[in-house]
Design a protein around this ligand. Sequence first.
Ligand code: FAD
Length: 475
Amino acid sequence: MLEKMETDYLVVGTGAVGMAFVDTLLDESNATIVMVDNHHQPGGHWNDAYSFVRLHQPSHFYGVASTPLGSMRIDETGINKGYFELATGNEVQSYFEKVMRERFLPSGRVRYFPMCEWQSSEAGITRFTNSLSDKKYEVSVSQKVVDTTYFNTTVPSRHKRAYDVADGVACVTPNQLPLTAEKFDSYCIVGAGKTAMDVGIWLLGSGAQSDSISWACPRHSWLLNREVVQGHEKFFFESMNCITEQLAAIAHAKDVDQLFEDLEACGFLLRIHRDRTPSMFHYAVISKGEIEQLRKISKLIENGRVSAIEQEQLLMQDGSRVPMPANTLYIDCTASAVNFTDSKLKPIFEPGLITPQATQVPNPCFSAAMAAFVEANYPNDEARNKACRPIPLPDNPTGWLTSQLGNMMNQGAFNRDPILKKWVASCRLDAFGRVSRGVKPYHLKKIAVLTRLRKNIKPAVVNLKQLIDKYNTAA
Ligand SMILES: Cc1cc2nc3c(=O)[nH]c(=O)nc-3n(C[C@H](O)[C@H](O)[C@H](O)COP(=O)(O)OP(=O)(O)OC[C@H]3O[C@@H](n4cnc5c(N)ncnc54)[C@H](O)[C@@H]3O)c2cc1C
C-alpha cells in the first residue's frame, strides 16, 4: 500500500530537537510539516530511558520554546535540594506527548507519523514505511527535510554492548535494575558517564552497601557544578561570579590541565575523585550531594575498558583479569548518549536539507529552536549559515576549548545581529542570557559583577585561540 502526500517540511525524529524545531517553525511561518519517528510517541530517547532517569539540568530551560516544562519549583529535599527541579524521564515523555497533542496537531499544519522508519530523501521525495503494516509513504517536500538523527543518540536499552558476556552471567541495562537488584549480593557498574553515576546513586539510595558496589570506570570525568548552571536570577551571584572567574582563568591559562583545576577552584567544575585527573568532559551536570554519594564507591576498576564479563571475573581490553564476587549483577552503562568522539560538523542549512546541530553548547533545544527561527526569517542558506554556526561537542578537556570558543563567538554574533538578538532575548530556552538581561540600572551590585565579567571576555577569547592553536600544533 502506498500513500502519496505533499508538505513544506519533513522532520525526521520527534525527540527534543525535532520538537523544538517544529515548535518554533510553527510560530515563525505558515509552513506545513510532516513528522516521522520510529518510536510510538514523541520524546525520542526519553521513551527508552530507565525509570530513575532525570534531566541533569533544571527543567525550566529544556523542551520547546512555547511551553514551559515543570513549575519553576525549587527542590526542598533530596540530593538536588535547593536547586530547580529536574524533570523525571516520565515527565519529559508526557511533556512532549502533550506538546504534540495540544499544540502541534491542533494547529492543522502538522501531520505526525509514529512507528515509521525513514528510508530516504532524494530529489525532493522522502520515503518512509510504517513498522506495523509495511504501509509505504512517499512525500513530496517543497522546502526541506530536517534530519535530527545526525548525532545518533544512544541509550543502554537500545545500544549493542561492545563486550562479551558469558552464559550465566547477569548483565542488565539500568532499565532492568530496579526489577533485578534484590536477587544479587554485589553490583558492578560498567561505564564512566552520567548513566553510570545515576546507577551508583540509585544503588546507594536504594540501600545497597557501598562495599557491595564496584565500578569499572575506564576514565574519569569533569562535571558541571549544578549550583552555577541554574539559569535563573535567583542564582545570579553564584552563576555570574563563577563565569567571571571562569573567564579570568581562561584568560591566564598556560595549559588545559591547569585551566581545568582553576575551573574547579572557582566552583564551575566538580570531579568525583580529587586525586584523579579526568580525561573526559561531556557537559554532564551534577550536584555536590551526588558527588558525596559517589565518593562512597571506592572499589574502582580503572585498568581500561571491559572486553568480556566471564564467570567471577572481568577480562579487560589490556588483557588483565579482575576477580569479581560470585552472584554479582553487572549493569551496562556504556552507551554513549550523544556521539562525542566523532561529532563531525556540517553546514546546518543546505539545499533541501537542515541538519540541526549545537549553536549553543550544551543546549540542544535552544539550538534547534534557533535553527527554525533562522530558517524562517533569513533570506537564503548563506545568510542562515552565517547566523547559525555549529559548535563541536567536546569529548575531553582540550575539546572543551573549541566548544567554549564557539559559544563565546556565537554569543557575540547573536548580540551583533539585531533580528537574532531580539529573538534570543524572548526565548525561554536561553536561560543564561536572561539572567543578565534581567538586571536593572539600580541593581548596583549586579552591575559591578557584570562589568567585571565583560572585561574578561576579550582576554579569554584571545587566550582560548592561542591554547587551541597550541594543542592543534602539538597534535
Ligand atoms: C539520560 C540522558 C539525559 C540527558 N539529559 C539532558 C539534559 O538534562 N539536558 C540536555 O540538554 N540534554 C540532555 N541529554 C542529551 C539529549 O541527548 C538531548 O537532550 C535530546 O534529548 C536529544 O534529542 P534528539 O532529538 O537529538 O535525539 P533523540 O531523542 O534520539 O531523537 C531522535 C529520534 O529520531 C528517531 N529516529 C532515528 N532514526 C530514525 C529513522 N531512520 N526513522 C525514523 N525515526 C528515526 C529516534 O528513534 C528518535 O526518536 C540527555 C541524554 C541522555 C541519554
